[in-house]
Design a protein around this ligand. Structure first.
Ligand code: 0X9
Ligand code: ZN
Length: 446
């Protein structure tokens, strides 16, 4: 019975989604408080999206057959870390003398052949046992693609005078990449002269928290639109929120109720391996340091720059708007505020810009409790989004690695309890970004 009810509600909400009826969307309201409450309280779930309880089991079926390992390798400098990335290791944890991350079996062989000291190696399927939080069963407070659309449609319908919802392009599997725009006079893709701020989530599929932050920021902004400070941002700026750049990957990661630890998009490469790393596919020093040319690697940069429709949609979006000034690309995890350059170790050449980056990063670090750093201090990685948006488009661009701080605290799958604090802290940082978007250089003028 429960199964039928669940199925009924699921199908009912699914069909209304494609009715594309803004009136209907407006009827279902999502308040910021309610969303956070359902997020913090595991007992309050939106039944319409709950899947039937899966049998409890110690086996992670989904990762069976997955040829990836979680390994720890000796490496103590950013240069060594960059080399490891290039060889295909997707670094997740950085310690003084070692790093841990995800590597395909072929990468592991390659590392051994090259004499790297592999301190530990565990099948990813085994490692993943520590993170058996199912989505959407246990983590149903996180928004999947359809749920995200429902929220976006609803808040747009309720704020028609200042909000519009449109797609900047389609994913490789044909899903729309939805963009909520807040602008008092320009709607959809109409040009605006107002200074623009952009927030993008989910370049990486398994980084689900990076959807929640921009999505709930959108809800919060529209709910607080009459607060003097927010009203001023809304009236003077052109604000774009794109919570899920990689909808195919995000959906794939949760498609069975067991996380798949998927990072890339869903490109079917000619050799059968799935996915291109969207955060290596931008055309800024594309394919160089820290990017793998192996299709099996989680950091595969694609056959050429902007080969992927999701990265291409972002490119066209930025290129068709000269008014954009600031940008946050959300990722998880590590609790870091990162600024360019990411592809080289040298700091940003332009002294004024460098100072702006450092002052803004420090301020956002204070607001979130995260650490601020130049991206390449972690490891150099070429073809990432924010190097391109700054280097090619002159947009002050940041990568924020959200909570938690480490794998021990939940890594990519930290559960729902982390959402509230992360969202609130990051709304403060995002609103700070809005406060300087009119002229980022003002942060260095005394
Ligand atoms: O490697 C990435 O794409 C980002 N980290 S994540 O764990 N979310 O995948 C970091 C991008 C920062 N840029 C550089 N280090 N170049
Ligand atoms: Zn990421």
């Amino acid at each position: 019975m429960k199964l039928f009810l669940t199925l009924f509600f699921f199908l009912a909400s699914f069909s209304s989604l494609y009715a594309n009826d803004m009136e209907k969307a407006a009827e279902k309201s999502f308040s910021f408080k309610q969303l956070l409450k359902s997020i913090s309280d595991p007992d309050i779930k939106d039944i319409s999206f709950s899947l039937p309880e899966l049998p409890k089991s110690n086996e992670n079926f989904v990762l069976n057959g997955d040829e990836r390992y979680f390994i720890t390798v000796l490496a103590s400098t950013r240069e060594e870390r960059t080399k490891l990335m290039k060889l295909g290791l997707d670094i997740q944890e950085i310690y003084d003398t070692k790093v841990s991350g995800i590597a395909h079996a072929k990468t592991v062989t390659l590392l051994s052949e090259k004499g790297y000291v592999i301190l530990s190696k565990m099948a990813l399927s085994e490692y993943a046992q520590n993170f058996l939080k199912d989505f959407p069963v246990n983590d149903s407070a996180y928004h999947n693609y359809d749920e995200m659309i429902q929220v976006l449609q609803s808040i747009t319908a309720q704020n028609r005078d200042i909000a519009s919802l449109y797609s900047i392009g389609k994913s490789v599997e044909g899903r729309d990449i939805w963009t909520l725009r807040i602008n008092t006079n320009a709607k959809g893709d109409k040009k605006s002269d107002k200074p623009g701020a952009v927030f993008i989530g989910a370049h990486h599929a398994r980084e689900h928290l990076s959807v929640e932050v921009p999505l709930l920021h959108a809800v919060w902004l529209l709910e607080n639109r009459n607060k003097p400070e927010i009203k001023q941002y809304i009236e003077s700026l052109d604000i774009y929120i794109i919570p899920m750049l990689n909808p195919d990957g995000a959906e794939y990661d949760i498609s069975t109720g067991k996380y798949k630890w998927h990072r890339k998009n869903m490109r079917k490469n000619p050799d059968g391996n799935i996915g291109v790393d969207l955060n290596r596919n931008y055309d800024f020093r594309w394919g160089g340091a820290g990017a793998s040319h192996h299709t099996y690697s989680d950091t595969y940069c694609g056959p050429k720059a902007f080969s992927e429709p999701e990265a291409m949609a972002a490119k066209k979006f930025f290129e068709s708007r000269n008014n954009l000034k600031t940008y946050i690309s959300y990722h998880s995890y590590a609790e870091l505020i990162l600024y360019p350059w990411g592809g080289i170790y040298e700091p940003v050449e332009n002294e004024k810009d460098r100072k702006v980056f450092m002052v803004m990063a420090k301020k956002m670090a204070t607001l979130t409790g995260y650490r601020d750093k130049q991206s390449s201090d972690l490891y150099a990685a070429t073809g990432d989004a924010t190097d391109w948006t700054y280097g090619n488009r002159g947009v002050f661009s940041f990568t924020i690695e959200l909570s938690p701080s480490s794998g021990w605290r939940g890594g990519f799958y930290p559960g729902t309890s982390i959402i509230e604090k992360t969202v609130k802290d990051n709304i403060a940082a995002a609103n700070y970004l809005l406060s300087v978007t009119d002229n980022p250089y003002k942060v260095i003028v005394r």
